[in-house]
Ligand binder design. Structure first.
Ligand code: GLY
Ligand code: MN
Length: 344
């Protein structure tokens, strides 16, 4: 994290501080997990973190970079800001409740700045890359350890339960998001809700999974073909695999995100399945499962060295089934380094 660049952005907005109550942003800035806290980064480079009695002592011990203050009430909070000479703030409207925005606006000059921190978060430090890599390794060890039970007779939910247990067993902090286990016709729905349905011979089974390691996530998808699947499923499997390969090979610092999405999308269209690829090609991962950049045809972002993105094309044919394959890739000046390493 480049605190200097963040402070420069605060200055350039002509406000006294950036303020956030967002859980992911608080973690990104302080590396401290809490469900309630307020981070302030001032234009003079001062860093303040307020939290309540549930976290205060731990925060004082663990957060070195910020001055830790106790949260008592809004009244006291505004008094603190006054004593710190903070009269104007920037906030990200995507990450603030309307009721809190109103409270802040009644007491301070508030400037809205969309995605204030997101552009910084998109570029990962070496430490962040190593934490994401560990989250990927743990998820891969976990799924490998339970794959032998993915066969006819087990339900989607039972498989999800074993996978979650395995995340913990290998050192993960549970699920990074609600894992998707989508079998048979369910696999034709990109974000199927894992159900009590039994897996059957002939099913495609999409498993979209990831765990958390020290606050950083992984996000991987594999599609498993159980027994005798229809020929069309085998065909779309190959198309998705090849499309994903094209996407991964296209990644490089300096290229546009739109261009990556289009390379993948055009290939799937050429193969006659364009109408069945109903989502974007990928997204950044980090503290959250969906971060910048977005690899979509509407994106105007440019890839930069240090971004970690998913490449996850899919084809979903209603009533038949679907295939999605997703890997996590580090973008570099030379191209990409695929961080996930699970066979396809
Ligand atoms: N893995 C869930 C998603 O990318 O939306
Ligand atoms: Mn994903």
């Amino acid at each position: 994290m480049s605190l200097e660049k963040i402070v420069s952005k605060v200055k350039s907005l002509n406000v006294d501080a950036y303020l956030t109550l967002d859980k992911a942003e608080n973690f990104y800035l302080t590396k401290f997990k809490s469900t309630f806290g307020i981070s302030l980064i001032t234009s003079t480079g001062k860093l303040l973190f307020l939290t309540d009695g549930r976290y205060l002592e731990k925060a004082k011990k663990e957060i070195k970079a910020f001055e830790i203050l106790e949260w008592k009430s809004w009244e006291k909070f505004f008094e603190t800001l006054k004593s710190e000479k903070i009269e104007s703030i920037a906030v990200d409207p995507n990450r603030l409740k309307l009721s809190i925005y109103r409270k802040l606006s009644e007491n301070l000059q508030v400037k809205e700045e969309n995605k204030f921190l997101d552009e910084f978060r998109a570029i990962k430090s070496a430490e962040e890359i190593s934490l994401i890599t560990r989250a990927i390794n743990i998820a891969e060890l976990a799924i490998k350890s339970v794959l032998h039970i993915l066969k006819p007779g087990i339900t989607e939910k039972e498989f999800r339960k074993e996978l979650i247990t395995a995340f913990f067993k290998y050192g993960g902090e549970g699920e990074a998001f609600t894992s998707i286990v989508a079998s048979g016709r369910g696999s034709a729905i990109p974000h199927w809700e894992t159900s009590d349905k039994e897996i059957k011979d002939g099913d495609a089974v999409i498993v979209d999974f990831g765990t958390i390691y020290k606050g950083y996530v992984s996000d991987i998808t594999r599609t498993f073909l159980i027994g005798n699947v229809p020929d069309e499923i085998k065909r779309i499997y190959e198309v998705v695999r090849e499309a994903q390969e094209i996407g991964i090979k296209s990644l490089k610092a300096g290229k546009s995100c739109k261009e990556i999405d289009l390379a993948v999308r055009n290939y799937i269209e050429e193969k006659g399945y364009g109408e069945y690829f109903v989502h974007s090609t990928g997204h950044g991962i980090g503290v959250e499962v969906h971060e910048l950049p977005t690899l979509s045809k509407r994106s105007d972002e440019i890839l930069k060295s240090g971004m970690v993105v998913t490449v996850e094309p899919g084809i979903y044919i209603p009533e038949l089934g679907g295939v999605r394959i997703e890997d996590d890739c580090l973008v570099t000046e030379e191209g990409t380094f695929v961080l996930s390493n699970l066979s396809k």
